[in-house]
Design a protein around this ligand. Sequence first.
Ligand SMILES: Cc1cc2nc3c(=O)[nH]c(=O)nc-3n(C[C@H](O)[C@H](O)[C@H](O)COP(=O)(O)O)c2cc1C
Length: 350
Amino acid sequence: MTPPIPTAPRFMTLPEIRRAARECLPRDHWNFGDGAAETESTKRRNRRHLDRLAIQQNVLVDVRQIDLTTTLLGVPLAWPVAVAPMGGLVLFNPEGDVEMARGAGRGQTLQWLSGATGWPVEDVAKVATAPQMFQLYAHGDHGWMGELLARVEAAGYKAIALTVDVQQYSRRERDVFNRFSPRQAMEIAPNPRGPLPNFQAGLTWADVDWLMKTTTLPVGLKGIMTVADARRAVDMGVKLIWVSNHGGRQLDHTQSTIEALSPIVDAVAGRADIMIDGGFNRGTDVIKALARGARVVAVGRTMLWGLAADGAAGVARVCEIMRDELKINMGLCGRTRIQDLTPDLIFRAD
Ligand SMILES: Cc1cc2nc3c(=O)[nH]c(=O)nc-3n(C[C@H](O)[C@H](O)[C@H](O)COP(=O)(O)O)c2cc1C
């Protein structure tokens, strides 16, 4: 019998996945995904500050075995990367969040389901084969959130992260220029009773307190950028601090997340797990964040390009390439376990 001819994967590099997504998406959808707020300075700074960090190269270490396993909030993970929560996925694939869950499962990657999902949380959970956690938006009052949280818990999600950096929806200038509304594009009918009150704008620490009393799941806050806020959160019992500036999509001209990270890690002092996102596109980016004390890195747009370019297979391919990069570069800097990624590995090199 002739052996089957091995087929090469459709995509070999991350940049070609991004290019394929750009080519297949309508212009407005591409810009909604790739764009950021106003001048897009935050988005650029995230990337610039990652690029100015160098990794120290330690050689003559036996790196035949490299172990990427870790945990988040006690949940075992195959590797320290997660799919960031993203709303509007149906603009990038007809099966949106469900297809993303399939891809995350194939990539053995934790998925954070967006609170702006267009799908029932149960339907997404049903197809998942990797751990899932839920990002919450205050799109209603406590009664509304309480009902949703009960469904999320029953469906098997392992943690909740309340996003706290969307008090106002920012001016995403590419969308404004394109006269593009994601809600309209997704054909979400306007509420017949008129616009809802902006619950997000009214969020305070009292709501965090309420959330922790209402759910049995560990609670995190996504969008923490200062030591003071991180300290206050862990003092209240928040278990996950997610350093994020929403990939530059909310406050323009804010700090980069990689710069905000170290003082927050020091202030939290092990009392909560720490996640980070914003411009992390490569295995080496993950090394930098973990060495500076993050436990897991969330990846938004790069996963989105995988979804747009080739559905679940594209997401799985993004995970595979990033994971390979992480493994190879850990070997090249002489570290074989996640806990060996320590602050001395990284230095500033403009
Ligand atoms: C298309 C898109 C939709 C997003 N929707 C959400 C959302 O519903 N909830 C949320 O907390 N963050 C949302 N984000 C922000 C991501 O969770 C994450 O913070 C950011 O994308 C990370 O930056 P990166 O895209 O450079 O990896 C969204 C980002 C994108 C690109």
